[in-house]
Ligand binder design. Structure first.
Ligand code: AP5
Length: 212
């Protein structure tokens, strides 16, 4: 399966990606994670990315295309992949279609995780990433099980109320047009992102297994 996970910041894309990729045995390709890794290494490209992510703005399309092409042509993506955070604009979506078509491939599923902006702030400000396991915790909804894990959680620089409002604006202006784009292609399925993580997992599994 070649899957795209769509949804606003904090919708639960990363959380659900962990479960889907584990179940299907395909890699998660998160442009946010790739961009943060470059920023952490302080590569020249990483420093350029940082100016965008700190401002809650999307990184320019051409820069992201190169990252995605490199990653999707790695051997572990040959039998499927899950894209988390890409595409984010119609330009990126069209580029992806062309890049896959040139390799005889295509997207099989686009899952839109639907949540209201009202719940997003609480999810974002409580988020913490465990750098050892890669698991995404939340202080209230998925608290770390031990004080050791709690102490090592990483909080993202862009997870503040101010930056979130800019990220949401980018989402509504530039990413939401992907909804009609993939609807017209007959690929889009909406998944209710409210309620406990396990309930959302079940809804996604139903859609991927053809019952949802
Ligand atoms: P990116 O890393 O992709 O961030 P995002 O899309 O804003 O999404 P998030 O990672 O914030 O949220 P999520 O939906 O994964 O939620 P999560 O599962 O963590 O992008 C960051 C930046 O990189 C962008 O701003 C941009 O600058 C750049 N970028 C990335 N891709 C780009 C592209 N293609 N083009 C251009 N620029 C790009 O969940 C959030 C919290 O909620 C967690 O704590 C979790 O435990 C909790 N939670 C999850 N589900 C539930 C639930 N059902 N109930 C309660 N809590 C829940």
């Amino acid at each position: 399966m070649n899957i795209i996970l769509l949804g606003p910041p904090g919708a639960g894309k990363g959380t659900q990606a962990e479960a889907i990729t584990h179940r299907l045995g395909i890699p998660q390709v998160s442009t946010g994670d790739i961009i943060r890794a470059a920023i952490k290494k302080q590569t020249p490209r990483g420093l350029e990315f940082k100016t965008y992510t700190d401002a809650g703005a999307l990184v320019p399309d051409a820069l992201v295309h190169a990252l995605v092409e490199d990653r999707l042509t790695e051997p572990d993506c040959a039998s499927g992949f899950l894209l988390d955070g890409f595409p984010r604009t119609v330009v990126q979506a069209k580029w992806l279609d062309g890049m896959l078509e040139a390799r005889g491939r295509s997207i099989s599923h686009v899952l839109l995780i639907v949540v209201d902006d009202a719940v997003i702030l609480e999810r974002i400000v409580g988020r913490g990433l465990d750098p050892v396991t890669g698991h995404i915790y939340h202080t209230k909804f998925d608290p770390p099980p031990t004080p050791e894990i709690a102490a090592r959680l990483i909080h993202r620089r862009d997870d503040t109320a101010d930056v979130l409002s800019l990220r949401l604006r980018e989402y509504h202006n530039k990413t939401a047009p992907l909804i009609p784009y993939y609807e017209n292609a007959g690929l889009l399925r909406r998944v209710d992102g409210f309620g406990p993580v396990d309930d959302v997992k079940r809804r996604i599994a139903d859609v991927l297994e053809g019952g949802g």
